[in-house]
Design a protein around this ligand. Sequence first.
Ligand code: ADP
Length: 412
Amino acid sequence: MTLSGIVVTQIYWVRQAYSLQEKEVNDRIVIAMSTVVQRILDMNQDSSFVEPVERVSANFYTANINDTLHPYLLEALLRDEFTNSNLLSDFEYGIYDCFNDSIVFGGKVLFDQEQGKPQPTATNIQKKFEKDGHYFGIYFPAKSSMILGRMDFWIFSSMLILLVVIFFAYAIFIILKQKRLSEVKTDFINNMTHELKTPISTIGISSEVLMGSGISHQPERIKQYAQIIQSENLRLKNQVEKVLSIASLSPDKAEWKKEWVNMHDVIEQAVSSSKILAQGENGEIETVLQAEQHQVYGDRVHLTNILYNLLDNALKYCEDEASVVVKSWNSSGKLHLSVQDNGIGIASKHHKNIFDRFFRVPTGDIHNVKGFGLGLYYVKTVVEAHKGKIELKSALGEGSTFTIILQANKHE
Ligand code: ADP
């Protein structure tokens, strides 16, 4: 806001400076032309009154001269006066007949910019227009550049300010980015603390019950509590493993164990495990595997994990009954794998951040679906390490489709 204010003020000042310069240049031209007229009248020893110079358009000026006029002399005087007034811009001049406004003579004066002197003329010295009914006009084709040329200081200082503004904007951008990252990290830590605390306290309570004196006679209850401890322990183990595997993953450091992997096998395996997980949650997973080339040279464990992650999300972020379709096909020599769901969808404004580390779609204080915001980051990292890419097609309330595109290889 403030920065744009500075830019607007700067533009205002530059424009202001331009119009001041323009006024000054106009005044100088008018004075120079009046002086030329005066000098001609003096030379002809004529006592006529010097009529005011007229500015016909932005770049065109006229002056009346009711006296004998030698074009050569006029040009010489104009060169002289303009050089004295430091108006070193090329110009064209014309001598007009007052009665029919037609041009009777025209010439051009070019300035040698380096030396600040006009170039020699080719005007015939003999030519002469008799007294009465003539005026001359001057046209400056490059008047704006002459004005700009006089604004060196302004242009330089504006550039400097612009540079400072850009630098500030960049610094603010970085600060905001850092702020978001730190908020996201705090969220992650809160989330994780919550995720780990619940099973730990459940295990604690269950073991206290098991240690109680009365329970030794109730084998059914002992079994029930032992089962609770076992399942919570498993949950804990999964959470810790997920965080550790992702936290230690870096595209450069990771040691990939590459081998030929049949992605259809990987899909079948991930789908059957996810089906077990989805049991009781009324979810269904369908597969449409049409790729003929489905061998990928990569790390089997990570490639399997990314499918688990996508399937896990597809089942998690769903309001009613999840219906997930996993497809594979070949196109332009690549293997495409897509996981499509009928879930809550992702608003387009979140698409650009969805693969960021720790990013979760903000839901206010409602955290009905647990997670750390690491799954998709992991998926993207693995896909990119295999020189592939991942695409997302989704809209709020319309389900999501994640498509992974990998190099498909023929492996006999
Ligand atoms: P999380 O552990 O939170 O699931 P992910 O990295 O797997 O982390 O996903 C990041 C965020 O993207 C999720 O918090 C969720 O808001 C959104 N998301 C991921 N997959 C889906 C999906 N299939 N449908 C709707 N939202 C999704």
